[in-house]
Ligand binder design. Structure first.
Ligand code: ARG
Length: 515
């Protein structure tokens, strides 16, 4: 009979009976996520202890074999315990006998759990980065197909200026590039080893912290032993970065929902839902859930910060309640990223509807004012000419419309208050406004072909070729730079994966030299 059979863990045997708070204290179920991490940390620690002459090669061999056995039995085979660290140690002692108890020499669960969390979070963050990179690749592909697809651009949700689908989508790709950088930057600080800090006060054993760091693929140390046990800012910044990513995605989702509502795009059936009662409905539920995921991550960030606020040094059990927030947030956003990418890449853009809507609300007004200003008219005066023509258009529309006959502001305002109208003033109206404001015929200021171009949404877009603008050549240049940044991020990801894989190989090699 093993200690496992009588359901008594080693650590608990004398001091901890469990009692009514047993379940409450335990993180064992949630620790499944760090089961593999804990085994890796145990291996690295045992190898280091052996190399330092702190434990014998014979004991190391027995412990490392037991760990392999525990690994193949899986997390679910662990005996009941306070947490995975205790349960694995118990399982090792069950197999090895008292010598198995040497595994926990010169460390504590405090540095151990911190090492496990960092070890696991590294993998998770790389998975998130990979998913974001895939989404960015998809967005750049869609953008390349739609660099000439004209669409309305909005401010305050009002038609503002025409732009292109590529320009709109690349705005999200650029935000995702920064989200990627935040995740990669957080990774650098996650990737530091707290192991060897012990409970918080170091150890009298002649340990080699750099060696365990190396065997676990960490880039450096969380040197101060109190800091090593206490620090959870790596969870905070990761969760903040995932929350920022979720916020980016929520804006994208909102735009797509709006575009679907206006018939600018049609979501693929597999990214839409229908109604249980209204047979005609096709709802953008996936995007609504992407938008909703921001609630998960924001909640997690708040939960995490609230848990950590005011905790004294060094280890306090509250920290056990910090961890799940980070897992929840990162899982939620990674899934949402994947779904958002799928929804965008499979949506059909309704190009004729987009083109027809692109000029709505006299959205070419700024381009016309720019044209006059480029011909030498001060921009404010040009603005006035265009505003007046817009007002005249509106007055004419209202005069002929019985339903709008009571609008008294028309004609008195300089604002282009045409958002609720759907069209653009004629060249004649612009000419009349120019005569009044400039005191000279419009034709002496700009030629009519240029004016027609400015009044046309596609023509308007083609003139806005400043860096970062929507004109197709400017977009082509932007896409090139965006691909370059994406490639750089891909390389960073590959290098990080390789470093982890190298450490894994190195550790396995050392382990196999003892077993
Ligand atoms: N399950 C614990 C956690 O997640 C591990 C550390 C326990 N340390 C302790 N001193 N009780 O934080």
């Amino acid at each position: 009979m093993t200690a496992h059979d009588d359901d008594e863990s080693v650590i608990r045997r004398e001091r901890f009976s469990g009692g009514p708070a047993r379940e409450f204290l335990s993180s064992l179920a949630a620790d499944e996520r760090i089961f593999a991490a804990d085994l890796a940390v145990d291996q690295a620690h045992v190898v280091m202890l052996t190399e330092q002459g702190i434990i014998s090669e014979e004991d190391a061999g027995a412990i490392l074999s037991a760990l392999a056995d525990v690994e193949s039995a899986g997390h679910e085979a662990l005996a009941d315990g306070e947490d995975v660290h205790e349960a694995i140690e118990t399982a090792v002692i069950d197999r090895v006998g008292p010598a198995g108890g040497r595994m926990h020499t010169a460390r504590s669960r405090n540095d151990e759990v911190a090492a496990c969390l960092r070890y696991r979070l590294r993998e998770d963050i790389l998975t998130t980065v990979e998913t974001v990179l895939a989404a960015r690749g998809v967005f750049l592909d869609v953008a390349a197909e739609h660099s000439e697809t004209i669409m309305p651009g909005y401010t305050h949700l009002q038609p503002a200026q025409p732009t292109t689908v590529a320009h709109w989508l690349c705005s999200y790709e650029s935000a995702l590039a920064r989200d990627t950088e935040r995740l990669l930057s957080a990774y650098e600080r996650i990737n530091q080893s707290p192991l060897g800090g012990a409970a918080f006060a170091g150890t009298p054993f002649d340990i080699d912290r750099e060696r365990t760091a190396e065997l676990l693929g960490f880039d450096g140390l969380v040197e101060n032993a109190i800091d090593a046990a206490s620090a959870r800012d790596f969870l905070v910044e990761t969760t903040a970065a995932t929350t920022t990513l979720a916020t980016t995605l929520s804006g994208l989702a909102e735009d797509v929902i709006l575009f679907a509502n206006r018939g600018y795009l049609d979501l693929a059936d597999e990214y839409a839902s229908t109604s249980s009662i209204m047979p005609q409905k096709k709802n953008p539920d996936t995007l609504e859930l992407v938008r909703g995921r921001t609630g998960d991550t924001t909640g997690a960030l708040n939960g995490l910060l609230t848990t950590l606020k005011g905790l004294p040094r060094a280890y306090n059990r509250d920290l056990q309640r910090a961890t799940h927030h980070a897992w929840d947030a990162i899982d939620s956003v990674t899934e949402a990223t994947d779904v958002a990418a799928g929804a965008v890449s499979t949506a059909e853009w309704n190009e004729s509807k987009l083109a027809a809507s692109a000029g709505e609300g006299f959205s070419t007004a700024t381009g016309v004012a720019d044209l006059l200003a480029r011909a030498g008219v001060p921009f404010r005066t040009a603005h006035e000419v265009v505003a007046r023509a817009g007002s005249q258009y509106k007055k004419k529309t209202n005069d002929t419309s019985m339903t709008k006959a009571n609008d008294t502001s028309v004609g008195e305002t300089n604002d282009v208050a045409t958002a609720e109208t759907n069209d653009t003033p004629t060249v004649e109206m612009l000419a009349a406004a120019a005569e009044t404001v400039l005191d000279e015929p419009l034709s002496t200021v700009v030629d009519s072909a240029a004016l027609e171009q400015a009044l046309n949404p596609a023509g308007s877009v083609s003139t806005r070729d400043s860096r970062g603008g929507p004109a197709p050549p400017a977009m082509t240049a932007h896409l090139e730079r965006a691909h370059q940044t994406l490639d750089d991020h891909r390389q960073t990801l590959v290098a990080s994966h390789e470093a982890l894989e190298d450490a894994h190989q190195k550790r396995q090699q050392e382990v196999s030299s003892y077993v």
